[in-house]
Design a protein around this ligand. Structure first.
Ligand SMILES: Nc1ncnc2c1ncn2[C@@H]1O[C@H](COP(=O)(O)OP(=O)(O)OP(=O)(O)O)[C@@H](O)[C@H]1O
Ligand SMILES: [Mg+2]
Length: 283
């Protein structure tokens, strides 16, 4: 990390924790509904009566077929879209719009192409008027956490997809959000990079004590990362099942998890749910 030692970095990071950010807390949805008016004039009920509770410091996964409203739900939680009914709370406070208590990693890599890696990561802190000293420490800490040290001056187009996504993750973690929202963050990565990114994510969120809600299409990813998996169905988008995989997670025992009989049963059940959903939408 240029110009700052790790003890200083730790201090800087805890300074943002104290100053800026929201208290640690869980995420709750109560009766959230959303209907879109379509061009044809017909109404499309994207979300119907969504209820869930995600305890602090846990990872929730929204899993379900295309079009079941996963991104819409995430955007509502981020405050980028308004629901028609119901309520979202973070650490007990109702979401009224975007806020520093929630970080968002979008479905497509979402770094600013005209800014370097460190400028991208610093963006939120700069917008909040944090001092240059504090910014340097925190930015360095998170660039290090996502293993991009040495690439501080690079522009996004000079990075691989996996590296760009790590920039987006560092950028959203830098404001120390209570809740990190991620829309299929690893969808476009090859299996090995994806695996590395999943382990890295677990490592970071456990250290930073962040609550995570992520969207995934991938059953293995959902069962590996999720403390709780919300399986959603379409027409209207709703939560059909809440699954608590409960596997002990560490980067070393992943293969062991995949071999567990309990894992195989859960995977088969979810595949059947997926199949039933695609048959339903085919009619
Ligand atoms: N702004 C909008 N206006 C009208 N309809 C919308 C809008 N945003 C989403 N929809 C519709 O709401 C439904 C849910 O969309 P959403 O993007 O949330 O699905 P998704 O589960 O994220 O799908 P995917 O897995 O393909 O990303 C879709 O039928 C979509 O066409
Ligand atoms: Mg989506």
């Amino acid at each position: 990390m240029p110009g700052i030692g790790s003890a200083q970095a730790e201090q800087a990071v805890s300074a943002t924790t104290r100053q800026g950010a929201a208290p640690r807390g869980g995420l709750v949805a109560r009766g959230v509904g959303k209907t879109f008016a379509q061009r044809s004039g017909q109404a499309l009920q994207a979300l119907d009566d969504i209820h869930f509770e995600l305890p602090p410091n846990s990872v929730g996964v929204l899993l379900g077929p295309s079009g079941c409203g996963k991104s819409t739900l995430l955007r509502i939680i981020a405050g980028l879209e308004t629901q028609d009914c119901g309520e979202i709370t973070v650490a007990g406070a109702a979401v009224q719009g975007p806020g520093v208590d929630r970080g968002m990693v979008f479905q497509n890599y979402s770094s600013f192409p005209w800014l370097t890696v460190e400028e991208n990561v610093a963006f939120g802190l700069k917008a909040r008027g944090e001092s240059m000293n504090l910014r340097e420490g925190v930015v360095g800490h998170f660039i290090d956490a996502v293993k991009l040290t040495g690439f501080e001056k690079a522009y996004p187009h000079q990075l691989s997809g996996g590296m760009q996504q790590r920039v987006a993750i560092a950028r959203s973690l830098v404001s120390n959000p209570a809740v990190l929202l991620m829309d299929e963050p690893f969808g476009a990565l090859d299996p090995e990079t994806r695996w590395q990114m999943q382990s890295l994510l677990l490592e970071i969120v456990q250290k930073e004590r962040t609550t995570v809600l992520m969207v995934s299409h991938d059953i293995e990813e959902a069962l590996y990362l999720g403390d709780v998996v919300f399986f959603m169905g379409t027409r209207p988008g709703r939560i059909l099942q809440t699954i608590r995989p409960g596997f002990e997670k560490s980067s070393n025992d992943r293969d062991a998890i995949l071999d567990e009989p309990q894992y195989r049963v859960l995977e088969r059940d979810i595949r059947q749910l997926m199949r039933a959903q695609s048959l339903e939408t085919a009619h």
